[in-house]
Design a protein around this ligand. Sequence first.
Ligand SMILES: NC(=O)c1ccc[n+]([C@@H]2O[C@H](COP(=O)([O-])OP(=O)(O)OC[C@H]3O[C@@H](n4cnc5c(N)ncnc54)[C@H](OP(=O)(O)O)[C@@H]3O)[C@@H](O)[C@H]2O)c1
Length: 331
Amino acid sequence: MYYNNYICQKLGKIENLKIKKNKSAELKKNEVKLKVLAIGLNYVDTLMIKGDYQHKNKLPFVPGTEACGIIIDENCNDKKLLNRKAIIFTKSGCFSEEIIINISQLILLEKQFSSLDGASFFSSALTAYVALLEKAKIKKNNFILVTAASGGVGQACVKLALHLKAKVICIVSNKKKAALLKELGVDKIIFINNDIKKEVMEFTSNKGADIIIDINGLLKEKNILGSLSWNGKYLIVGFTNNNISTIKTNYILIKSIQIFGVRAGEFLRRCSTIKKKKIIKSIFSLYKKGVFKVERYSIKPFNKLIYELIKIRDRKSIGKIIIKTKHLDNV
Ligand SMILES: NC(=O)c1ccc[n+]([C@@H]2O[C@H](COP(=O)([O-])OP(=O)(O)OC[C@H]3O[C@@H](n4cnc5c(N)ncnc54)[C@H](OP(=O)(O)O)[C@@H]3O)[C@@H](O)[C@H]2O)c1
């Protein structure tokens, strides 16, 4: 059996990814083989290919961190695994029509679970869950300010915060992204070039935001800490364009600010088995209630993967992009 995948031979440009034909390999102990149905594209994939992400894959590597597939072979002494649908949530390997992976890196799904959602909701949902519930411990009526709110992680944070009855303020860069957030029912939208502090203070009757979720490292460009309330919480979730900043410690002291780093995948990996199961169960229950349902996605063929990933890198994507493989139509 032969299959295609995308290989990153040298860190740098997405344009340098190469498509390669491979022969199916043998399984090691505790591994399963899946035919990949759909692949969710994430900003983190662009960072890994560029070499800007904290985790560095050994070269050459197959990028891709999220997908949905069907198990076609197993070496776990468990024939019941065959034909099961699963979410693949990993640090590499998903830009492929076939993947071999340790069984521990899969989340098994019911057969009728949407393959498109399976390929695209979990990573953003987990990040929102860890940020809002485990770290910020968000409460009803809290004011929450979300940067890069229209992206995958942003939308998941917005929808979870709305579900928990917080007051949601979103920062966006253009009107199309604002329209998407309006559809979700957010309380306030601020355009990135406006006076963010002034608008937040007006909206919160001078209290400030209880929580800031900084998804694109906006602090590097704008002093968004000025929009926080006394005892406010600032959560660092991600960076685009390598915009990592330094924070003045006197500022943290004066406003009694609490700062949290969020690494959702690592958080889950380090949880006890019981806690891990509880978090995954809660995420799926929120998904069933529609909280983490992906609102808008575009579906593109496998041979357009590079082109679509460039759109994400260049800030041109709106909503989730999913790559379907030749296997999707045969499920
Ligand atoms: N901490 C964690 O555990 C964790 C987990 C998953 C992802 N992340 C991180 O979260 C971030 C967002 O991921 P995502 O999947 O939501 O990405 P996404 O869907 O592509 O959304 C990213 C958003 O960031 C803004 N943006 C894009 N390019 C930018 C640029 N060059 N400069 C400034 N802003 C830019 C855009 O919003 P506007 O144009 O409206 O500003 C865009 O909607 C990434 O840095 C990713 O690594 C972190």
